[in-house]
Design a protein around this ligand. Structure first.
Ligand SMILES: [Fe+2]
Length: 243
């Protein structure tokens, strides 16, 4: 072997040793061991309030498990599904669910369930907030009164829809394609976005949303829900949906 070969071998040996040392340094950097690798394009949105912010209507432990475990599971499973079609990762979850028919068939059901779960819960957190008994105001308040008569009549119909969900699902106050308010249920994690509707307020009636505090008494949970609808946020969503 000529001297240049030895020289090259020595160079590569030094590079390899250096890489091992650098790897060791990186592994030992403060906090490096606890930094999780990005698992996909979708992430769990943080709550903008404390777990106990909705007490006593929705308890802190339910909020913690619901957000940190259940919602996170939808995000994780959506990322797993999307990994087979990374070109879809640039879309918002709302766009994915809205255009579900164009999602590749091999992951369509996974996106329906987990993308729907991610979209539904993301909206759910942002439309919750103690309202101190306030009823809908602003443009949404006017439209709601025109559509349903008064707030009590709306509550009667919304409660009936939420109670009527067989098994797991949601009840929604939505805006349809003609910009008309409607109350509609969806099973499982189906989103009203798939039907071309705009969700304004949704109540999660999966048992994981209320069982710790209310056990089998879904009606009590629904009654309490009216105290934690953030109507200002719903009104903003309504105005945005009207364009
Ligand atoms: Fe949920």
């Amino acid at each position: 072997m000529d001297s240049s070969g030895l020289s090259r071998r020595g160079f590569f040996h030094r590079m390899a040793v250096g890489a091992v040392i650098m790897g060791a340094v990186r592994a030992e950097a403060p906090g490096a061991q606890n930094t999780p690798a990005p698992s996909g394009p979708f992430t769990l949105p943080p709550l903008s309030y404390a777990y106990d912010a909705l007490e006593p209507f929705i308890d802190a432990k339910t909020m913690e498990i619901h957000h940190d475990k259940h919602h996170q599971a939808y995000v994780t499973n959506l990322n797993k599904a999307i990994a087979a079609h990374p070109e879809l990762g640039g879309q918002s979850v709302e766009a994915l669910v809205k255009n579900l028919a164009t999602v590749p068939e091999d992951i369509r059901t996974a996106v329906r369930n987990n993308g729907g779960g991610h979209a539904n819960h993301s909206l759910f957190w942002t439309t919750l907030g103690k309202n101190n008994g306030a009823s809908p105001a602003g443009d949404l308040g006017k439209a709601l009164h025109q559509k349903f008569g008064d707030y009590a009549a709306f509550q009667t119909q919304f409660t009936k829809a939420a109670l009527g969900v067989f098994g797991s699902g949601w009840a929604w106050l939505s805006l349809d394609a003609n910009k008309q308010l409607l109350i509609e249920p969806t099973p499982n994690q189906d989103s009203v976005l798939t039907a071309g509707h705009h969700p304004l307020v949704g109540i999660d009636v999966w048992e994981h949303a209320y069982y710790l505090k209310y056990q089998n008494k879904r009606a009590d949970y629904i009654a309490a829900f009216y105290s934690v609808i953030n109507w200002d946020a719903a009104n903003e969503r309504y105005r945005a949906a009207l364009g």
